[in-house]
Design a protein around this ligand. Structure first.
Ligand code: SF4
Ligand code: SF4
Length: 254
């Protein structure tokens, strides 16, 4: 899978994940470098001997989690942006994930962004706690995100836009915002159909093509329901956007 998509498998991730016990002790480096390549700055930059000796330049890095202090020096020295620091001791409920980020603009400290997983899919809202961009980092800024603790091994990138804010439109056709959806769920509307009837979400020209999935995600997140077990709304024709000419019985292109 990695060769074809660039996305590591569950087994790949398991092989580089520090134990829960180690994660409870403080910040630690997670190195997601899964292929043998001629590269070793992670090893040469670690002054704590926490990256096991490379016998060959093509070796894959292996972290000795007991020696790693989570200092982050290896993060800015890795040309592949493959190293992250996770700190599950950040607070009772949140972990800090430090991400190398070579894009502009940089996010502002204190702002909120959309945290993404390794596939680029949105995971959660994240607060930008710190942006480090010292000269010594040689143009590899490091952005520290506070995320719910359970996502410390999932969040690996972010979109600078805050798609999880209350102002984000969930249903553009009927102008339902995420904040309004959250309020409906708080009021007790717990199925797609109930939300559709009270808000009209899904009744617009796109017939729920965008909002259905987003509403289900929010329902799953806030109520604990499984998306695959949620009853769907009734699909009514036309099930896809068509031109007026087709309805009038003429050529599809009219
Ligand atoms: S975070 Fe610091 S101690 Fe840990 S592997 Fe990287 S350079 Fe070494
Ligand atoms: S420096 Fe980065 S890309 Fe190079 S071997 Fe180490 S982790 Fe992999």
């Amino acid at each position: 899978m990695l060769e074809k998509t660039g996305i590591p498998t569950k087994e790949d991730i398991k092989s580089i994940t520090p134990s829960e016990e180690r994660r409870r002790k403080g910040p630690v480096a997670v190195i997601e470098c899964f292929q043998k390549i001629p590269c070793n700055p992670c090893y040469t930059s670690c002054k704590f001997g926490a990256i096991k000796e490379f016998k060959d330049i093509n070796d894959r890095p292996v972290v000795d989690f007991d020696k790693c202090t989570g200092c982050g020096v290896c993060v800015v020295n890795c040309p592949g942006l493959a190293i992250f620091i996770i700190d599950e001791t950040y607070s009772d409920t949140e972990a800090l994930v430090k991400i190398p980020y070579e894009f502009i603009p940089l996010p502002e400290e204190g702002s909120y962004v959309t945290a993404l997983n390794r596939e680029g899919k949105p995971v959660c809202r994240a607060k930008v706690v710190k942006v480090q961009n010292a000269k010594s980092q040689d143009r590899t800024p490091v952005v520290s995100l506070a995320v719910p603790k359970e996502y410390s091994m999932e969040v690996r990138f972010f979109n600078i836009n805050d798609y999880f804010s209350d102002n984000t439109y969930i249903c553009r056709c009927e102008e339902l915002t995420l904040g309004e959806l959250r309020e409906l769920i708080r009021m007790g509307y717990r199925t797609l159909d109930e939300i559709k009837r009270i808000s009209r979400a899904g009744m617009g020209p796109c017939q729920g093509r965008t909002c259905r999935q987003l509403i289900m995600q929010e329902l799953a997140k806030t109520t604990g329901q499984k998306m695959e077990e949620m009853p769907m709304t009734t699909f009514r024709p036309p099930v896809k956007a068509i031109k007026l000419g087709a309805l009038a019985g003429g050529d599809d292109n009219e």
